[in-house]
Design a protein around this ligand. Structure first.
Ligand code: NAD
Length: 341
């Protein structure tokens, strides 16, 4: 039976990256039925909203979506589609792997981290107010249930993907109640995985320094929302930047797979943009659907094409177009599939 997947091409470079990724995923031999729905700039013009109801209905029905980047118009009064999707579908876990790639310039060649960020609370709860004219307060919300849920997600991800260790990141030495509760919840959940997945914790400032100095010491990191936002960009920087960084937002009722980068409007329609991050997000989707081995094959095919360096896009120093890069990945998939058979 075909997997029905909601495909949101997105804005700017999104449609050409989505087309490249769809072709790569179809080439794996898994049967997909793509339900294409529009969100973003195009639907602001036609529907008066960047996030029409049928987009949410489609994801609720299919429980899985692949999404290109969407432009957030500055100051127009529309809220971000990305934030809207996360809230409407309760996508509580933000997953961002960061793995070094031969052929992508970066400081290290052996980084292999997975950042698991809590997506629903912390300072992002948006509870802010002025106290008089000259002071402002933001309220940080940490609950036991959301903290245990994200910790369990991190441990289950570690188990399912053969990872050895989960590190909880916090500032419980200063925020003894809020971050203390996050750490307590992680420690409590870790006990269920004793002997299968190691557990440790780090204070967030020390974590940042250690990631910069010896990233190979770490494996899966689990963090509250704000630290997760910052540390996941740090991790992307360690492996060559946002252009090759995949991501996923996962909840109990659905999951949306998308690159970390934005819609890069200046490259739109030029067949120049690098589809790596969206293709790797597609590989995460395959893992989520239970095809861990095929997901790994797609990742290896992308890595092989980039390492070889002959058919890469201009951001990686080559002259290939988006389509030609995807063709090279598809060719490589054929080779890998043949070798595995
Ligand atoms: P951006 O990531 O779109 O682009 C920054 C620069 O990075 C580009 O100019 C380009 O040089 C490079 N780049 C990014 N992706 C690339 C790719 N795939 N291939 C080659 N080069 C690439 O960031 P921005 O300019 O800050 O944002 C543009 C728009 O995207 C904004 O409207 C922003 O709100 C939106 N955005 C959306 C998402 C999302 O949908 N998840 C994420 C970030 C930004």
């Amino acid at each position: 039976m075909a997997h029905r997947v909601t495909l949101i091409p997105g804005d700017g470079i999104g449609p050409e990256l989505a087309e490249a990724t769809r072709r790569v995923l179809d080439a794996t031999g898994i049967a997909f039925e793509w339900e294409v729905v529009d969100a973003g700039e195009a639907t602001i013009a036609t529907r008066g909203t960047p996030l029409p109801d049928e987009v949410l209905e489609s994801i609720r029905r299919n429980k899985i979506a692949l999404k290109g980047p969407i432009t957030t118009p500055v100051g127009s009064g529309f809220r971000s589609v990305n934030v809207g999707l996360r809230q409407a579908l309760n996508l509580y876990a933000n997953l961002r792997p960061a793995r070094s790639m031969a052929g992508v310039q970066s400081r290290y060649d052996d980084v292999d981290l997975v950042i698991v960020r809590e997506n629903t609370e912390d300072l992002y709860a948006g509870i802010e107010h002025m106290v008089g004219r000259d002071a402002a307060e933001s309220i940080k919300i940490i609950t036991r249930s959301a903290s245990e849920r994200i910790a369990r997600f991190a441990f289950e991800y570690a188990l399912a993907n053969g990872r050895r260790k989960v590190t909880a990141v916090h500032k419980a030495n200063i925020m003894k109640l809020s971050d203390g509760l996050f750490l307590e919840a992680c420690t409590h959940v870790a006990a269920d995985y004793a002997g299968r997945v190691e557990f440790e914790d780090r204070i967030v400032d020390n974590m940042c320094m250690q990631l910069v100095q010896k990233p190979d010491m770490y494996d899966v990191l689990v963090l509250p929302n704000l630290y997760g936002d910052i540390v996941s960009d740090l991790a992307a920087g360690l492996v060559g930047g946002l252009g090759v960084a995949p991501g996923a937002n996962i909840g109990e009722d659905g999951a949306v797979f998308e690159p970390v980068h934005g819609s890069a409007p200046k490259y739109a329609g030029l067949n120049k943009a690098n589809p790596t991050a969206l293709i790797l997000s597609g590989a995460l989707m395959l893992r989520h659907l239970g095809y861990a081995d095929i997901g790994a094959r797609v990742e290896e095919a992308v890595r092989a094409v980039i390492a070889e360096g002959r058919t890469v896009t201009s951001d990686l120093g080559g002259s290939a177009g988006t389509r030609e890069f995807a063709d090279a990945v598809i060719d490589r998939l054929g080779v890998t599939a043949g070798a595995a058979a």
